[in-house]
Design a protein around this ligand. Sequence first.
Ligand SMILES: NC(=O)c1ccc[n+]([C@@H]2O[C@H](COP(=O)([O-])OP(=O)(O)OC[C@H]3O[C@@H](n4cnc5c(N)ncnc54)[C@H](OP(=O)(O)O)[C@@H]3O)[C@@H](O)[C@H]2O)c1
Length: 272
Amino acid sequence: MGVSISEHWSVRDVPDLLGKTALVTGGAGDIGRAIADFFVRRGVRTYICARNAQSCADTAAELSRHGECHGVQADLGSLAGMQRLAAEISGREDRVDILVNNAGLGVFGIFVDAAWDKLDNMLAVNVVALTHLTHLFAGPMAARGYGRVLMVASTAAFQPVPLYAAYAATKAYVLSLSEALNVEFGKRGVKFTTLCPGTTQSEFFDVAVQKKSAFVEKSMMTSAAVAKIGVDALAAGRSGGVAGLLNTLMAFSTRLAPRSTAAKIGYLVMKG
Ligand SMILES: NC(=O)c1ccc[n+]([C@@H]2O[C@H](COP(=O)([O-])OP(=O)(O)OC[C@H]3O[C@@H](n4cnc5c(N)ncnc54)[C@H](OP(=O)(O)O)[C@@H]3O)[C@@H](O)[C@H]2O)c1
């Protein structure tokens, strides 16, 4: 479990968020929990969603010590799961002001060696669920003239990444969708912020079945520090936030080299 984001948070009011309602998918995971922790402590009524019922309930109970937090178990890998989440939220709330599309996973390794059901589940969570929830909540946000959507992508969104080929492609989709919607919704009070973490301490690598290389170990950020960058960017209404200086430089450097070269370098980094 991640460290509380509040331990890293400089005291600063974000009056814009007070009294709002937020939904954080993957809210029992490391980055999502740190984001939810921030909202709960700032007076935002927060719903977290996770697939694992026990960790969802435990995390919601723990965060509830600092404010209002509710857990909703739902498997976002299926249409039924998304419908369950939507029905649960709309049965209890008349609006969601802040949507954090954070739930996501990677599948590491040679593309054709991965079992199809794993890739299919990843596409369902990283792409379909994120798009579906955005489609569901962004329209009503615009009709009310206020909304904030935090899309959790990755630095893998900026370039092709062999051995994470399909995962990186899902994150490129997230970045592209978020940047386009930020313009579409720009004048209607709904702001989209894309958070692009680099390697971050979390369950991600165990789920992806990737052994961490020395480079990965050295460049890891804490989930609380990453969450803070995302929430800062959301609170400021910025369109993007790349987590950390090293990741920002790496993201920028992909613009300087041909994409084919960036892909080859990505392969060398990933194979360790
Ligand atoms: N850690 C990194 O190095 C890194 C780098 C770049 C981007 N990211 C992105 O950051 C986001 C958060 O990941 P994390 O690092 O915090 O990893 P994590 O600790 O593994 O959290 C992932 C969360 O996604 C949820 N999730 C996965 N499949 C789901 C499903 N079918 N239905 C509902 N929820 C599901 C998990 O819930 P359950 O535990 O209940 O399954 C968990 O709460 C992801 O989008 C990831 O791609 C991570």
